[in-house]
Design a protein around this ligand. Structure first.
Ligand SMILES: Cc1cc2nc3c(=O)[nH]c(=O)nc-3n(C[C@H](O)[C@H](O)[C@H](O)COP(=O)(O)O)c2cc1C
Length: 376
């Protein structure tokens, strides 16, 4: 399954694992793929801690860091994070904050202790707050790639990453966005179908991947959205993908730092149990459907605000539903972003076992196809 990007990135197989858990990053990279740490939820100080840990445990293996600089968001152009926060605070109606609080308290989700944790809720969802994360990642020798979600990274950021010898990746869900990425100098384009967990568009993987691969050739494209098996990776490679970019399948692995109650929600869910909802971040993202997502849909409740304002409303809820995942009826209002492949996730496996399974299934699928060829 080697493709040219394996050599460029110093990896064995082009299987990319997007995750918020440092242990999963290390395990996947050690198993020959590339662990990608999603940085959006960390402050620069927290990211430093996570990357210090990865650097201390990953040996000679490589990894990537993912940031989020959206194409469009409220307050764009303000580069000072504190000014931006102050400017945006006034734009959040109290009604939204009260509604979110009511949903949490009605379901018995305890409040966070005042532990000096991050405040405000902007997280890394803006250019102003993503830049410090990027600077931290660029200090790391084994971080070989920076990926960006929700838009084409600004030109100066692409230039800065390239100047350090690293590759730039960017996600997209439409051919039009992919062409913009290519024109801006993005090295690896990640084509994400609507099945995916997290922010996602409307076109399915089966339609999007080949369209996009042809449109941006010879720029390498990673297939994302709905991948949970080696057969699916073989299908993507058959369409010309340079590798597979996965996310959901790492949410409930043994090394994932999620509460058992959150993992159980994934084990219990079928592929019909996800929904694209703006209710947590303000942009459409795929997640488990529950009383929270349904409540924000109703006509008699507030409509989700644009990014990053909705994230400022729900920031406290994200922390609380992660921290107290098993308390009260928390899972009924929890933030559980995951893709449709959740229907295949039924028990805990180690990251290494998942990698092994993907490779074995890939080989079986390729052999199956080879058997269909006539003998020459
Ligand atoms: C819980 C979760 C959070 C995500 N957050 C981000 C993110 O911050 N940045 C990003 O580039 N992609 C994010 N994604 C999307 C993944 O990078 C990946 O494209 C997607 O998971 C692939 O589809 P799959 O979930 O079907 O494997 C997220 C996905 C999940 C499941």
């Amino acid at each position: 399954m080697k493709t040219p990007i394996c050599e460029q990135l110093g990896i064995e197989v082009p299987i990319f694992a997007f995750t918020h858990c440092r242990d999963v990053v290390v395990e996947v990279s050690k198993a020959g793929g590339l662990g990608v740490l999603g940085a959006v939820g960390f402050t620069a100080e927290q990211l430093k801690e996570e990357l210090d840990w990865i650097d201390a445990h990953i040996g000679d293996y490589k990894y990537a860091v993912d940031i989020v600089i959206p194409q469009k968001y409220e307050g764009m152009g303000e580069s000072d994070p504190e000014q931006l926060l102050a400017q945006l605070e006034d734009m959040v109606p109290q009604e939204h904050r009260d509604f979110a609080e009511r949903l949490l308290s009605d379901h018995g989700v305890p409040k966070m202790p005042d532990d000096g944790g991050p405040k405000g809720g902007l997280q890394g969802w803006t250019e102003a707050t993503a830049r410090p994360l990027l600077e931290e990642a660029l200090k790391r020798e084994q971080c070989v790639m920076i990926a960006n979600a929700l838009g084409t990274p600004p030109k100066d950021i692409i230039d800065e990453i390239h100047a350090t010898g690293r590759l730039v990746g960017a996600l997209c869900g439409k051919v039009k966005q992919a062409l913009k990425h290519k024109e801006a100098g993005v090295d690896i384009i990640i084509a994400q179908g609507t099945e995916a967990g997290g922010h996602t568009g409307e076109v399915t993987s089966l339609v999007l991947w080949p369209q996009l691969i042809k449109a941006v050739a010879p720029t390498p494209v990673l297939a994302a959205g709905g991948i949970g098996s080696g057969e699916q990776i073989a299908a993507a490679m058959a369409m010309g993908a340079a590798g597979a970019w996965t996310g959901s399948i790492w949410l409930a692995v043994k090394e994932a730092a999620a509460d058992p109650a959150e993992k159980q929600s994934y084990f219990d869910a079928s592929s019909e149990d996800t929904v694209r909802s703006r209710s947590w971040t303000g942009k459409p993202g795929r997640m488990l459907r529950n009383e929270w997502t349904e409540a924000w849909e109703r006509d008699d409740t507030p409509d989700p605000l644009p990014m990053p304002l909705q994230g400022m409303v729900t920031f406290d809820g994200v922390r609380r539903t992660k921290n107290y995942a098993g308390v009260g009826e928390c899972q009924k209002v929890a933030f559980n972003p995951v893709g449709q492949i959740v229907g295949n996730i039924s028990h805990e496996e180690t990251s290494r076992a998942v990698m092994q399974r993907l490779l074995e299934e890939y080989v079986e699928a390729v052999e199956r196809l080879n058997h269909l060829l006539p003998d020459i």
